[in-house]
Design a protein around this ligand. Structure first.
Ligand code: PGA
Ligand code: ZN
Length: 386
């Protein structure tokens, strides 16, 4: 395949913030892709855009002459291509470029390019209730995301379950407000009350429908951590403020895993605490997001059993594939993930199928989230037809 032309421009993401879109004109046709942005970003992830702003990255790519008539044969060529980019331009320019390049190379079907006959599709991890850094002005929840994880034979069934529960939980909470990721953002309930409400709706629904849905949370706990303490502002009705030192935070998480049957807990400890995970209950997925930032070197020194995969945290699709392959070899569960500021780009859905990633965290509600779910539904249909 030959790259004939490269264009970059600014589009608006789901938060109405500018995001970079790359349009590639190639011998396989014209393909476009864009990159998302986070709000509860990890301290160790690379920056999305140059310090001087997104326009600098857009101009940089529009003036980069290296790719004119450049030949790309397979994914191995991406290693060389990544070296062309000035790292100070940020991760998003590379990721948007590489997403568009992969789409061009695969003629729009990245999943098929890597995995022509998928035996299994990922399951969705859906954000149903939340707060924390994903809401301005804030509500009272300390827990950033309460997550639904249906275990079903098909992706279609899983999407239906998440949609049903999203609607039922919204009704019960009587709230109209939503977080950046489209989750319900109740104003006046505490962290523990939210657990009780979600679990009671899940239980009722699962019994009636005979389905298997698991509960998870993203605590994004670096956001709660200050001066060696995890501080909760709205823990329970009787104890609003709560402070935990590391040892007590670990005991709390283990208690929650047991009490609420949590199958998944993301960033339960702050982003520099590698050793604390040794004392957490490994019967749940202990998921590193801000702790690992999609960096294989951080994963290797951690004790997590699952990891969030966000390509723009590491700013390299080659390194993203490396960490996914490493996880699959070592029985660590990779979970490919959206960001809180999303675009309509659905490359992560394609990559989930392409690279045999068992879970995709991409929200339940809102057009940017639905675009990712629909992409997998389309793939599921196509596979069934074959
Ligand atoms: P983000 O984080 O706001 O950085 O995208 C979402 C998350 O913590 O998973
Ligand atoms: Zn997270």
């Amino acid at each position: 395949m030959i790259i004939k032309g490269v264009k970059a421009r600014i589009i608006m993401d789901s938060r109405k913030n500018p995001a970079i879109e790359v349009i590639l004109n190639t011998s396989n046709g014209i393909y476009r892709a864009s990159a998302p942005s986070g709000a509860s970003t990890g301290k160790f992830e690379i920056r999305a855009y140059p310090k001087a702003g997104i326009n600098v990255a857009v101009d940089y790519l529009n003036n980069l002459k290296k790719f004119k008539n450049y030949h790309v044969n397979d994914f191995n060529d991406f290693r060389k291509i990544e070296k062309f980019f000035n790292p100070s331009m940020g991760g998003n320019v590379i990721i948007a470029f590489e997403f568009a390049l992969l789409k061009s190379l695969a003629k729009g079907k990245i999943w098929k390019f890597f995995n022509p006959r998928p035996k299994q599709l990922p399951l969705p991890v859906g954000n149903v209730v939340g707060g924390g850094a994903h809401l301005i002005p804030k509500n009272k929840l300390d827990i950033q995301e309460y997550l639904l994880i249906p275990h079903t034979a098909t992706f279609k069934e899983a999407v239906k379950i998440n949609n049903d529960l999203y609607r039922l939980i919204g009704k019960k909470l009587k709230t109209k407000r939503k977080t950046d990721e489209g989750a319900w953002a109740p104003e006046n309930i505490s962290d523990l009350e939210a657990f009780d409400i979600i679990i009671s709706v899940m239980k009722d629904y699962s019994e009636k429908q005979g389905v298997d849905v698991h509960l998870g949370i993203d605590l994004a706990s670096s956001q709660l951590y200050n001066k060696r303490r995890y501080s909760y502002d709205n823990f329970s009705p009787s104890q609003k403020k709560k402070d935990f030192i590391k040892k007590d935070q670990i005991a709390l998480i283990n208690d929650w895993i047991n009490r609420y049957h949590l199958a998944y807990i993301e960033d339960p400890l702050e982003e520099q605490d590698f050793s604390g995970y040794k004392n957490l209950d490994h019967s749940a997925l202990l998921v590193g997001d801000d702790l690992i930032v999609t960096d294989i070197r951080r994963l290797k020194k951690s004790f997590v059993n699952a990891v969030i995969i966000k390509p723009n945290q590491i700013g390299s699709l080659v390194k993203t594939k490396e960490i996914v392959d490493y996880c699959l070899k070592k029985n660590i569960v990779p979970i490919i993930s959206h960001r809180s500021g999303e675009t309509l780009d659905a490359t992560i859905s394609q990559l989930a199928v392409a690279w045999k990633i068992p879970f995709i965290k991409c929200g339940i509600n809102g057009k940017e989230r639905e675009a990712k779910l629909k992409e997998i539904l389309r793939i599921e249909k196509e596979i069934k037809r074959d």
